[in-house]
Design a binder for this molecule. Structure first.
Ligand code: GDP
Length: 600
């Protein structure tokens, strides 16, 4: 073997098995086997951290370097890349100034998460003259000792945990809430496990201390058993005993958060272009697509060109969490952005671009890429999921778009109840937002129909769809949309054939026999016959042939219908090969009607 120096490759801080295999130019199964040998059970789409990837790369004779993210080289940042950039920013330590800490409250159900978020908001929220605390707030800020704290009601979105896994979460500090009368429960343990895995800074709030059954010491003991080392118990994790309901020690909890924030040195580069994370996005009838975001670093200004997920736009308005208009958003603030061309997924990164054109170019590129990926992904998923019985069934591919995650869920739940025994409904893609170019491209490539619920179709998209024969249906009532989908599925079904028996005839004479036609005479023994009946030939109790009647006569006269007891002559045309009728045969007359079947 020759003494070659090992090749050096750059690997990002996280990489999927598939992308890793491509980097090493090795088949995926080989990588999976090598991972298994080292004790990692990972599928093709699983993500490897840098350490694991480096270990395996070494086995294949590669040296590895951790790839730094160059923002200029990445089109659209994903949450992991954002986390990486924020980490790099801290390491560089230039232009950094403190920013408000971003805090989230986690814990077992019913331990008081919502009550605590409410209590903090009601006691401390900076209310504006527009007044009225808005319902369904996903994030808000409170002021204490002239400093701000941002609270986020974190949806359990995967993107947020992806960020966390890179050591830079959506939130800087997590408050683990445990009810003093209930103690550490399954979800408490789950939260602890995740926070510890990610080395996330936390504070414990022991809640409901007002309750008669409260036992704070017992809870602290349980926490110690679960690996949480509290202050004054040999550890460093701050703990505050509170009652969210009676608003006891809320102030103390907030001060503890500020103390921890100081220790953590939560900072941002206020001068750079803003980078944030989308918490929620929906369509507003008047304002168009709205997106609520938290600014992690940088300052967002009105007029900035932005990208959020696969949407782009120019910031037309920035609203603070009280829905009051502000002209710029500083790091750490929760805001709503008006001006995106479409809604985006929660967890998407909000990034500012040089110009609207650059933003558009980048999203266009990524939309195209996505359509391609989506297709590949769906094909492989389908292969695995499709059972043998389902393989031969007709299939309807659809692309679902809706105005909000909630609608999408509701629609999907109903669609799941559609029986799959005759035709299959295959949802190729489901997203919140208006119909986009990607949808049309995916529809073209897959023959799918696009169904939108309370969304819009920009006229350029509608034209492109028309030109390429892509069907887009928009509804604003869920059941109408579902009915339409059922109708389209029903169209795929073979019609049902309904047979009506008319009558019988005893064959008495054969007048003429041609290659594919006979003229015969007989007597109607039962029911009747029409001049367009279908017929079966019965001989010795067996059906030996089929055909149809094309002409019916009574004596020399053409008739439309013959009745029981009549003697008639008729022209018979065979079906499926000539079967000759003989004297003494019985003919059974019937009609067939095709009936469209419906999926219920
Ligand atoms: P979540 O599921 O964690 O959001 O819990 P909630 O905030 O909805 O609280 C669950 C129940 O516990 C509600 O009935 C609250 O009123 C009650 N609760 C919350 N905090 C306290 C508290 O400090 N003391 C008492 N007595 N009840 C509380």
């Amino acid at each position: 073997m020759s003494e070659e120096s090992p090749t050096t490759i750059e690997i990002p801080s996280t990489i999927t098995v598939k992308a890793f295999a491509e980097k090493l130019e090795k088949p995926v199964p080989e990588i999976i086997t090598a991972l298994l040998k080292n004790g990692f059970l990972a599928g093709i789409n699983e993500t490897l951290d840098f350490e694991t990837a480096a270990l395996i790369a070494d086995e294949f004779g590669f040296q590895t370097l951790e790839e730094k993210i160059d923002e200029k080289r990445v089109d659209i940042l994903n949450p992991e890349q954002l986390a990486e950039i924020l980490k790099q920013e801290k390491e560089k330590n230039e232009n950094l100034q403190p920013r408000p800490p971003i805090v989230t409250i986690l814990g077992h159900v019913d331990h008081g998460k919502t009550t605590l978020l409410d209590a903090i908001r009601k006691t401390k929220v900076v209310e504006t003259e527009s007044g009225g605390i808005t319902q369904n707030i996903t994030a808000y800020q409170v002021e204490i000792k002239n400093r701000l704290i941002t609270f986020v009601d974190t949806p359990g979105h995967q993107a947020f945990s992806q960020m966390r896994a890179r050591g830079e979460g959506l939130a800087d500090i997590s408050v683990l809430i445990v009810a003093a009368d209930d103690g550490v429960k399954s979800q408490t343990k789950e939260v602890i496990k995740n926070l510890q895995k990610d080395k996330a800074p936390m504070i414990v709030a022991i809640n409901k201390i007002d309750k008669p059954g409260a036992n704070v010491e017992k809870v602290k003991g349980q926490l110690a058993d679960a690996g949480i080392l509290l202050e004054k118990r040999g550890g460093k994790i701050p703990v505050v005993e509170i009652s969210a309901k009676n608003k006891i020690n809320i102030e103390e909890l907030l001060e503890t958060i500020l103390l921890l924030a100081d220790i953590l040195k939560i900072t941002a580069d206020w001068k750079r272009k803003a980078l944030g994370v989308i918490l929620e996005s929906h369509l507003d009838q008047r304002k168009g697509a709205l997106a609520t975001a938290i600014i992690k670093t940088g300052t967002l200004n009105e007029g900035d060109s932005i990208i959020a997920g696969d949407s782009t736009g120019t910031v037309r308005q920035i609203l603070d969490f009280n829905k009051k208009r502000i002209i710029k958003a500083i790091p750490g603030s929760p805001i709503t952005v008006v001006g995106l061309d479409n809604v985006c997924k929660s967890g998407s990164v909000l990034q500012v671009e040089e110009s609207r054109r650059a933003a558009r170019r980048k999203t266009r590129r990524s939309r195209l890429e996505m359509a391609g990926n989506l297709l590949n992904e769906k094909v492989s998923v389908k292969r695995i999921n499709e059972s043998m019985e389902e393989k031969d069934l007709p299939k309807l591919n659809i692309i679902l778009k809706a105005d909000a995650e909630g609608s999408l869920e509701a629609i999907k739940q109903i669609l799941e109840t559609i029986p799959r025994d005759e035709a299959l409904l295959n949802i190729l893609s489901e997203k919140v937002g208006n119909i986009t170019e990607t949808d049309v491209q995916l529809a073209m490539a897959s023959g799918a129909l696009i169904h939108g619920f309370k969304v819009m179709v920009p006229s350029s998209i509608s034209q492109a769809a028309k030109k390429n024969g892509v069907v887009i249906k928009i509804s604003d009532v869920i059941y109408k949309m579902v009915d339409e989908i059922k109708e389209q599925l029903s169209d795929l079904l073979e019609p049902e054939i309904i047979r009506t028996d008319l009558g019988r005839m005893k064959v008495l004479a054969i007048f003429r026999t041609e290659k594919a036609k006979m003229i015969i005479g007989g007597k109607i023994t039962q029911g009747g016959v029409t001049k367009d009946s279908l017929l079966e030939i019965k001989r010795d109790k067996e059906i030996i042939g089929k055909g149809k009647v094309t002409q019916l006569k009574h004596g020399p006269k053409n008739i439309d219908e013959g009745k029981e007891g009549m003697e008639c002559g008729l022209t018979y045309i065979p079906k499926d090969g000539m079967v000759k009728i003989k004297e003494g045969d019985s003919l059974i007359f019937y009609l067939e009607k095709e009936e469209k079947r419906k999926i219920k």
